[in-house]
Design a protein around this ligand. Structure first.
Ligand code: 3PG
Ligand code: MN
Ligand code: MN
Length: 557
């Protein structure tokens, strides 16, 4: 015990044994909603998940996975992977990036911080570049925060501003990009009236330009770099509204090719040059870390940057607490410390975690409170299965679910680890494409993967915990206030590519689960943050007192 009285040691649970092998399965984007034809989980054959739901009613329940339950600003905020895995892993609810940026902008504190002072040094002679996702999705960024920052920066001396937009269509409806660009253009023209030289300089669809994650495909970041920093892209336009309208003829918002805005003489209006300031607008880390590395690291070999301008760069947030990246940021991230993963290794629970690349950081980095690397490499093993790159996942909806399940199975059967944790990406990644038939295939594949893991748990006499981080595949249509599918102006239903506000299932079981364990009835509002204490109990440990309460009780039979 340290002088502060803090100790990593957790008390033994009075009734539950230690030493059981536990599988922690997170189905990404698997919510619970009314059965209908837009509910791909309902339409798909999912016998394993169905049996968990119908087999043992006191061992299956729903938990909240959106809004305030996961630290988001309002109950209208859908859940997402970052906040969902943060809550699952940390066992407490932290005000998340979206909320912290809101507060910093509202109070004006964002302008008093070290990050803003740093970029401000460039305002007198350089250009301020803002790069980020342009939508009101609230998952990675929010339009209103960009609007406030534009106003705030111009009032504080930014005389030349260039915005590099990434169109969304993933956390918001496909096709909505045009409207967001129009709003931004309107704001920029008002700034110009006030004498600020403000323009959109480049753009592209988020999944094709810049916002790759976990180093799945550096080519995506390079495409962005070329447009944003070098001012080079295959498509050149005089206006961003025109660019997006035109490029949408060939691709959805998420996949628009890169473009640059050029002046009358055909010259790009906003490459990044020595002496400029750059802010990456996204508060969420996973899809900004790669660009942050390209902007910040002197030594960098992921692609040829051609030119590495000397700039003052700040992230909206610090994106990686372990790497301290970026070194300058406008708003401090939530301090997610003492996560369950760190406690467990201190209490003898060896851990194996696995997913494929596109979700690998979810069960490691997000799970551990936005921290990369191991807590204790002797007790942890994290395995990444390479994802396919350069495709949209409706083309291969089974993704690597089988391979992930096999790795988990082998880890369970090896009896080397007391916790085997996986993320199964299918329902989320394919759900985001908006392809309903493919999403049905995806859900079935995830269900089969769950079965393989539960079978292994059966063999070793272990325990399973199956849950999800937020909804997605259970509702693939935009609905009106009455809950009916919403039609667009051509009378077509509007496909919902985004996550949802639905709760997610939580199931426990397995031969190692002590008799008498069941879900308590007195935590009806339980959310993802309650899962960590629950899992600690199932490892035979009592959770720290400041964790959200456990969802289980042990009754004498
Ligand atoms: O980044 C994405 O793919 C979406 O914006 C959110 O999905 P995730 O939160 O499930 O990663
Ligand atoms: Mn997710
Ligand atoms: Mn998702």
């Amino acid at each position: 015990m340290g002088s502060s009285g803090f100790s990593w040691k957790l008390e033994d649970h009075p009734k539950l044994p230690k030493g059981k092998i536990l599988a922690m399965v997170v189905l990404d984007g698997w919510g619970e909603a009314n059965p209908n034809k837009y509910n791909c989980i309902h339409v798909a054959e999912t016998p394993t998940m169905d049996s968990l739901k119908n087999g043992a009613p006191d061992k299956w329940r729903l938990v909240r996975a959106h809004g305030k339950a996961v630290g988001l600003p309002t109950e209208d905020d859908m859940g997402n992977s970052e906040v969902g895995h943060n809550a699952l892993g940390a066992g407490r609810i932290f005000a998340q990036g979206a909320k912290l940026v809101d507060l910093a902008l509202e109070s004006g504190k964002i302008y008093d911080g070290e990050g803003f002072s740093y970029i401000k040094e460039s305002f007198a002679t350089g250009t301020l570049h803002l790069i980020g996702l342009l939508s009101d999705g609230g998952v990675h960024s929010r339009l209103d925060q960009l609007q406030l920052l534009l106003k705030g920066a111009s009032e504080r001396g930014a005389k030349r501003i260039r915005v590099h937009i990434l169109t969304d269509g993933r956390d918001v409806l496909d096709g909505s990009s045009v409207g967001f660009v129009e709003i931004l253009e309107n704001d920029l023209s008002k700034l110009r009236e006030k004498g600020v030289d403000a323009q959109i300089a480049s753009g592209g669809g988020r999944m094709y330009v810049t916002m790759d994650r976990y180093e799945n495909d550096w080519g995506v970041v390079k495409r962005g770099w070329d447009a944003q920093v070098l001012g080079e892209a295959p498509h050149k336009f005089k206006s961003a509204v025109e660019a997006v309208k035109k490029l949408r003829e060939g691709a959805n918002d998420q996949y628009l090719p890169p473009f640059v805005i050029v002046d009358e003489s055909g010259k790009a209006v906003g490459p990044v040059v020595d002496g400029d300031a750059v802010v990456t607008l996204n508060f969420r880390a996973d899809r900004m870390v790669m660009l942050a590395k390209a902007l910040e690291y002197e030594d960098f070999d992921k692609f040829d940057r051609i030119r590495f301008p000397k700039i003052r760069y700040a992230g909206m947030l610090e994106y990686d607490g372990e790497l301290k990246l970026p070194s300058k940021y406008l708003v401090s991230p939530p301090e997610i410390e003492r996560t369950s993963g760190e406690y467990l290794v201190h209490n003898g629970v060896s851990t194996f975690a696995c997913s494929e690349t596109v979700k690998f950081g979810h069960v490691t980095f997000f799970w551990n409170g936005n921290r990369s690397g191991y807590f204790n490499s002797d007790m942890e093993e994290y395995v990444e299965i390479p994802s396919d790159s350069g495709i949209t996942f409706n083309v291969k909806p089974k993704m690597k679910a089988l391979e992930i399940a096999e790795k988990a199975r082998d880890a369970i059967l090896s009896r080397k680890y007391l916790q085997v944790r996986v993320n199964l990406p299918n329902s989320d990644m394919v759900g985001h494409t908006g392809d309903i038939d493919a999403t049905v295939v995806a859900c079935k594949a995830a269900d089969e993967a769950v079965k393989m893991i539960l079978d292994a748990i059966e063999q070793v006499g272990g325990i399973y915990v199956v849950t999800a981080d937020h909804g997605n595949a259970e509702d693939m249509v935009k609905r009106n206030k009455k809950g009916e599918p919403q039609l667009d102006k051509n009378g077509q239903i509007q496909i919902l590519t985004s996550h949802t506000l639905e709760p997610v299932p939580l199931a426990i079981g397995g031969p190692g689960l002590a008799p008498g364990v069941r879900f308590r009835k007195d935590v009806p509002d339980g959310g993802l943050a309650n899962v960590a204490a629950t899992v600690m109990n199932l490892h035979g440990l009592v959770a720290p007192t400041d964790y959200e309460t456990t969802l289980i009780e042990v009754v004498d039979n």
